[in-house]
Design a binder for this molecule. Structure first.
Ligand SMILES: [Zn+2]
Length: 124
């Protein structure tokens, strides 16, 4: 029988490895259905579009990494939902299904914001 402990291990915030341009604190949370907003520990919030200035390949690659992390987490959430349903926790399954759907909508948003191909490094 599956324990509920596996549910507790899931982090509530996305793993964001970006720093706030205003105070330098680490962004700790992202939210939004129609756009993605990052929130830093200093209380600022910033839309991803604002950070994605042309010619910031470093940020772009970190956002790509974030995208991969989110995809991984989305797959994990779906697995947990399937397990929960299998072992007779339908309400837990629904919760994780909703989380996964929310995450997927953010993944689509983020993917739309990123250019198709990584920009080549500028010739110096
Ligand atoms: Zn800040």
């Amino acid at each position: 029988m599956v324990g509920m402990s596996s549910v507790d291990r899931i982090p509530s915030a996305e793993p964001v490895t970006l720093n706030c341009p205003r105070c330098g604190n680490r962004f700790s949370l992202m939210a939004g259905l129609k756009w993605i907003t990052l929130h830093c520990t200093g209380g600022h919030s910033c839309r991803v579009e604002e950070l994605l200035e042309p010619g910031s390949p470093d940020l772009e690659s970190r956002l790509r990494q974030l995208l991969r992390d989110m995809e991984q987490k989305g797959g994990y959430l779906k697995n947990v939902a399937e397990d929960a349903r299998l072992y007779g926790y339908p309400e837990v399954a629904d919760t994780f299904q909703r989380e996964a759907a929310l995450l997927e909508s953010r993944i689509r948003l983020l993917r739309d914001l990123l250019p198709d191909e990584p920009a080549p490094p500028p010739a110096d």
